[in-house]
Design a protein around this ligand. Structure first.
Ligand SMILES: *Cc1c(COP(=O)(O)O)cnc(C)c1O
Length: 427
């Protein structure tokens, strides 16, 4: 697309793709290939030495996947992106790009249960320690910093409780200490929030959710702002030193616009191999074309359902962050002017059995462990997605035995409300 300053929806449909470079095909072709013809041994050596840009092997890069990566970088306002097989592979790989044994992470306590496990347990196995803090307390971020802190990690809107992060002051604290900020923006997508505009350095998405949008493909993506200075920063020496596996390439010097993604792709996609398949990238690109239309409708339906639940006498409370009385109203206004998504929790004020009675009667809302699908879904977090957390961790994550997680889809809102009405009436 040859156009100056295109708008969000124009990028979502055209960004990163040129029909005239692809046999004039209007939709991006699926490059279903593992390898690429080097033509000459000289060119092969240049590609392997990172002296020439091009595809070597589809574990490291692929032209269909690149359209998705370039489009996401444009939508977020970043300098580069790397796609992965899942959101979790994206998070695992990006942390590996930053941390070695002895290093530390400061993370919000209210994040996806799977991320709590990965950062707290699995990275612990490699000697990387994570300090989980109350992310609403700005002082707690600063107090958790040590000489070995390599990143701050939090979600724009948290899974599942919909806590909204005060992005700008958290980034300000991190940058005062020369620390990189990683934001998981899965629940907001670049349509609702663009964390780079508030100081974030790296954005990660589970593209499995709103980006794909239809619950039919898994993926992840890491985008970098291109603004973080890795040189002369003792925390990130690895970016400024010659890399032995690439004939002395110095990522911060040789890839000045995107050192993080260059290192992430060429070392950790190469070594861990969590690449996105070209078929999946094709589905992700279809999802992106309607991103703003879908997310707008999700937000409208989410708010309608949340308001209905909040007013219902059998519901104790609802965590939707823009409801009157929410402690997140100020940050919603600042960071989420287009809406705050459609995933939140609802407290039924009972035990597991009461939740089961309600959930088992629902006809439209399906009981599944996925979120941000076009379909409406519920889940009992304490016995499924957050089952690995102990009672203290559950409470810290804002979950109890009586918590039902909602992910509101794009069906007719009147039908969703009627479904809730008939299921609540029996309690
Ligand atoms: C689902 C999710 C992940 C993990 O992504 P997968 O694609 O399931 O691997 C990470 N962060 C958040 C906020 C999520 O909702």
């Amino acid at each position: 697309m040859d156009m100056k300053n295109p708008g969000f929806d124009t990028i979502a449909v055209h960004g990163g793709y040129e029909p005239k470079e692809n046999n004039f095909s209007m939709t991006p072709p699926i490059y279903q290939t593992n390898a690429y013809d080097f033509v000459t041994t000289e060119r092969a050596a240049a590609l392997f030495g990172l002296k020439e840009d091009g595809d070597i092997y589809s574990r490291i890069s692929n032209p269909t996947v690149r359209v998705f990566e370039d489009r996401m970088a444009l939508l977020e306002g970043g300098s580069a992106a790397v796609a992965f097989s899942s959101g979790h592979n994206a998070i695992f790989s990006l942390v590996t790009n930053l941390c070695e044994s002895g290093d530390e992470i400061v993370a919000a306590r209210k994040i996806y249960g799977g991320a709590v496990n990965m950062l707290g347990q699995t990275f612990g196995q490699f000697g990387v320690r994570t300090t989980f803090i109350d992310s609403d307390n700005l002082l707690a971020w600063e107090e958790a910093i040590t000489d070995r802190t390599k990143l701050f990690f939090f979600e724009t809107v948290s899974n599942p409780g919909a806590a909204v992060a005060d992005i700008a002051p958290i980034c300000e604290i991190a940058h005062r200490h020369g620390i990189l900020v990683v934001v998981d923006s899965t629940f907001t997508t670049p349509y609702l929030c663009r964390p780079f505009e508030f100081g974030a350095d790296i954005v990660v998405h589970s593209a499995t959710k709103y980006i794909c949008g239809h619950g039919n493909a898994m993926g992840g993506i890491v985008i970098e702002s291109g603004k973080f200075d890795y040189r002369n920063n003792p925390r990130y020496r690895a970016f400024g030193e010659p890399d032995a596996s690439y004939h002395g390439v110095v990522f911060a010097r040789d890839f000045p616009n995107a050192p993080f993604c260059a290192r992430l792709r060429n070392k950790y996609l190469r070594d861990i191999g969590g690449c996105m398949s070209p078929n999946t990238a094709y589905l992700m690109l279809i999802g992106l074309e309607t991103l703003s239309l879908r997310v707008k409708k999700h937000c409208e339906n989410g708010e309608t359902v949340a308001k209905y639940l909040q007013a219902h006498p059998k519901v104790k409370n609802v965590s939707y962050p823009s409801l009157p009385g929410s402690k997140y109203l100020r940050v919603c206004k600042k960071y989420l002017p287009n809406g705050c998504g459609a995933v939140f929790t609802c407290e039924l004020g009972g035990d597991r059995a009461k939740c089961a009675e309600f959930m088992d009667r629902l006809k439209i809302f399906a009981n599944v462990s996925n979120v941000c699908d076009s379909r409406s879904m519920v889940n009992h977090s304490a016995s499924t997605t957050h089952a690995q957390l102990d009672a203290k961790q559950l409470a810290a994550a804002g979950i109890s035995e009586g918590t039902v997680r909602f992910s509101v889809g794009i069906e007719d809102p009147a039908d969703l409300v009627a479904d809730l009405e008939q299921a609540l009436s029996v309690l």
